[in-house]
Design a protein around this ligand. Structure first.
Ligand code: NAI
Length: 302
């Protein structure tokens, strides 16, 4: 099997652009599963942060996987790190890679600038993918000449823990590209689902409106925050209530996603702005990370 064209063409070398929360996780899991990974960042400080984060996360994984064999755990960490490199030179980093996974900030102009700058530098066969949560893959891909080799790979935070990977196809994505990125996702140990390029894909398209509806209920005074959360936990079997989840995600993030969709689809009721959510963000009540959102948290919870 290893000599079949499909295997020969499998993705082995990966460039992850942006080594923040998501990029570090994606790079870590890819390296753990035997891929050679380069993380591209914008400055030394960001590189250092990404490296330190990955190393401590790997130590935790090793402790769990090799509980009684610390020696093997050490080897696992060392070998995984040996497959990871970092770079500040974007163009150089994509010259010899099978897949580019973009995980920079959620800003269409910046993503355009990035893909435009590497389209003519990366090899012909290289596939481009974006980890965007809320932007359209089609919009991002529009600046490139390789739309047949473009798709969405939407991971979940924390990447080493969360099992799901949403694979997004745009109409131009070729079957070969789709098969390669799906196979790569499975090689990473993820369960993949396939989705069209629709706002929020599956998870966020259902989750963000749920959070917004919960805030609207609270705003109307239909029920208290506690009762809304208790209802969904005990009545729908959700592990977290929608307002607790909103605090966990960050009210600024939920607002940012809703605002983006509302701008693009002004007639969709579910995407309309929620005054209470906007007010909390204005007041800096972002949720867990700021110490207060729909609930109050002890300082240093996160
Ligand atoms: P983050 O802010 O933690 O990381 C972004 C990183 O990109 C930063 O380290 C920044 O220095 C770097 N960066 C910015 N411009 C760059 C450039 N031109 N070249 C190289 N590096 C650059 O953001 P996070 O949360 O990791 O999000 C990244 C992407 O992943 C966004 O598109 C977001 O929508 C998506 N996403 C986020 C999830 C989350 O739970 N935070 C979940 C799934 C997707």
């Amino acid at each position: 099997l290893s000599t079949s064209p499909a295997m020969a063409a499998a993705i082995k070398k990966v460039t992850v652009i942006g080594g923040g929360l998501m990029g570090s996780g994606i790079a870590q899991v890819a390296a753990q599963t035997g891929h050679h990974v380069t993380i591209v960042e914008i400055n030394e400080e960001a590189i250092k942060k990404a490296k330190n984060g990955i190393e401590s996360s790997l130590q935790r994984v090793a402790k769990k996987l090799y509980k009684d064999k610390p020696g093997e755990g050490e080897t696992f960490v060392k070998e995984t790190l040996s497959r990871l490199s970092t770079s500040l030179d974007l163009k150089e980093a994509v010259k010899n890679t099978d897949l580019v996974v973009e995980a920079i900030v959620e800003n269409l102009d910046l993503k355009h600038k990035l893909f435009l700058s590497i389209d003519s530098v990366a090899p012909e066969h290289t596939i481009f993918a974006s980890n965007t949560s809320s932007l359209s893959i089609q919009d991002i891909a529009s600046v490139t000449k390789r739309k047949d080799r473009f798709g969405g790979l939407h991971f979940f935070n924390p990447v080493p823990v969360m099992k799901l990977l949403e694979v997004i196809r745009i109409p131009e994505t070729s079957d070969e590209t789709y098969e390669k990125i799906t196979a790569w996702g499975k090689a990473l140990g993820k369960t993949t689902i396939t989705c069209k390029d629709t706002p929020g894909f599956v998870v966020n398209r259902l989750l963000v409106p749920l959070l917004a509806e919960a805030v609207r209920m609270l705003e109307r005074g239909d029920a208290t925050a506690r009762d809304i959360d208790t209802a969904m936990k005990l009545g729908a079997g959700h592990p977290m209530g929608p307002l607790e989840l909103a605090d966990y995600v960050g009210n600024d993030t939920t607002k940012f996603i809703l605002d983006g969709w509302h701008q693009k689809y002004p007639n969709v009721e579910l995407f309309k702005p929620v005054p209470l959510l906007n007010k909390l963000v204005e007041e800096g009540k972002l949720g867990l990370k700021s110490g207060e959102g729909f609930y109050k948290y002890d300082k240093g919870t996160k």
